[in-house]
Structures are given as structure tokens and as C-alpha cells.
Design a protein around this ligand. Structure first.
Ligand SMILES: [Zn+2]
Ligand SMILES: [Zn+2]
Length: 257
């Protein structure tokens, strides 16, 4: 299995990071993608540092919408260079977060757009984070991302079947996380049921959003097995089938084959 989105650089893993990685490998997680947004610019290498140190770890680079106000022309120049690293599979997580508004919305939109242009130039997929900013996110993707035909990942997809259709139409894969195991998540469960088998991914977003029965605790990649089991139940297939399909889809997305 592949955890397509986790934050193993998070200080919550400082006491036992090696043990967390070992538990993931024992649980059958072959690869973990560490999202490289870290504490924000000027440090863009939070994911790369772990990818360089651990064979099963791959990375992204990018400026999270929370950190948009920290981005400078130097940031973009550096991102272009880091995207050439052999273990960097995508640019992300990028997008808009109007829930926390840690950066002004105007800055979030500008940094999102700028990074789409960088990813498009580098021919790399993007990883999208969107919260309470659905319409602006889709509108910007439509204009600035669709023309590249590169697709990407809707990380921790938590929308409705209608919203899922819009993302699929834009060429995105839907990555399902712990939220699908929560009660009262019937809309996203329905989206997970209907999604085409060749466009689904799974992720933990560890240390956040632990699936049931670990809800409320620190999440870690090994817990992805609970999300896979739930996704299998929703779709009426075996967990092995979910593991196989999501791995294949991930590899197809990052290698373009
Ligand atoms: Zn996110
Ligand atoms: Zn994340």
C-alpha cells in the first residue's frame, strides 16, 4: 500500500519517527509520501530531508495556503530547483484555506496560481488542499491548471459526489483519508462509492485525522489499513483490491505510464 499524503516531518513524530516508519513497513505500507510544506518558506525541504534519509519515503515540495504570505520570488526559484529532485513526485500541498485564513485570501490565490505555473512548466502533478474555498479553488484550477492536462491529487477529499465529478473532470485523483471512517460522513462515503476504480487513492494526512478506531489520537501511516478496510466495505470489494488499485493509480499518476 502507499500512503499518498503524510506529514512525518511534524514535531509530533520527533520522539519516535523511526519506530513509526517501521510500524508502517510492518503493516504493508511500501511507500509514504511526505508533504514538504513544513513550517513554510524559507524552508522548503522538510519532505526531501526525510526522503533522502529513508528509502520508502518520497516527497513533495510546495507552499501551503497557510504560509502564502511568506512566499517570495526566491521561494519560487527554489521550488523550481527542488522539483528536479528524483524523489519529489509532485508540487503540493497547494490551494486555498478560507477556514483558518492564516494568510490573506488574495495572497493565497496568488501563491496558488504561481505554483500551478511552476508545476505546469516542470510537468509535475499538484496536490490540492482546499477548505471552505471550493468555488475559488475549482475556478482557478479550471483556468490555470486544466490546460496542462497533468491532473493531480485532491488530498483528503471530503466533498459530495457532485464535487467529486468536477474534480474527476479536471483530471484529478481523489485521495480518501480517515474522514470516510467517521460517522456522519455519508456524502463523502457516497463519493467514495461512486468514484472510478482507476482514480482513487488513500492517505493518512498523519499526524492529523486519524481513522476510527484511532480517532482523536495522533495518526500514523500504519493506520491507513483502517481507512483501506472502510473504503473496501463502502465499495463492496476486498481490502487487498483497494490496496492494489490505489497503488497502481498512484504509480500511474507519478510516472505518467
Ligand atoms: Zn491539507
Ligand atoms: Zn496535509
Amino acid at each position: 500500500m502507499i500512503d499518498s499524503h503524510c506529514h512525518l516531518d511534524n514535531p509530533q513524530f520527533d520522539p519516535d519517527r523511526a519506530a513509526v516508519i517501521d510500524r508502517a513497513l510492518s503493516a504493508g505500507i511500501e511507500r509514504m509520501v511526505v508533504i514538504g510544506t513544513g513550517e513554510g518558506p524559507p524552508d522548503l525541504e522538510a519532505g526531501i530531508r526525510l526522503a533522502d534519509a529513508h528509502e520508502p519515503i518520497y516527497a513533495t515540495v510546495g507552499v501551503h495556503p497557510h504560509d502564502a504570505s511568506k512566499a517570495t520570488p526566491e521561494t519560487y526559484k527554489h521550488l523550481r530547483e527542488l522539483l528536479k529532485h528524483p524523489k519529489v513526485i509532485a508540487l503540493g500541498e497547494i490551494g486555498l484555506d478560507y477556514h483558518y485564513d492564516h494568510s490573506p485570501r488574495e495572497a493565497q490565490r496568488e501563491v496558488f496560481l504561481e505554483q500551478m505555473l511552476i508545476a505546469g512548466e516542470a510537468r509535475k502533478p499538484i496536490v490540492i488542499h482546499t477548505r471552505e474555498a471550493w468555488e475559488d479553488t475549482i475556478a482557478l484550477l479550471e483556468v490555470y491548471w486544466r490546460p496542462y492536462g497533468l491532473g493531480g491529487i485532491m488530498h483528503c477529499f471530503s466533498g459530495s459526489p457532485e464535487q467529486a465529478k468536477l474534480c474527476l473532470d479536471l483530471g484529478f485523483h481523489l485521495s480518501f483519508g480517515g474522514i470516510i471512517t467517521f460517522p456522519k460522513s455519508s456524502a463523502v462515503q457516497e463519493a467514495a462509492r461512486q468514484a472510478p476504480a482507476n482514480r482513487i487513492l488513500i492517505e493518512t494526512d498523519a499526524p492529523y485525522l486519524a481513522p476510527v478506531p484511532h480517532r482523536g489520537k495522533r495518526n500514523e501511516p500504519a493506520f491507513i489499513t483502517d481507512t483501506a478496510r472502510k473504503l473496501a466495505e463502502i465499495r463492496g470489494v476486498t481490502p487487498e483490491e483497494i490496496a492494489r488499485a490505489t497503488k497502481e493509480n498512484y504509480l500511474q499518476l507519478v510516472t505518467g505510464t
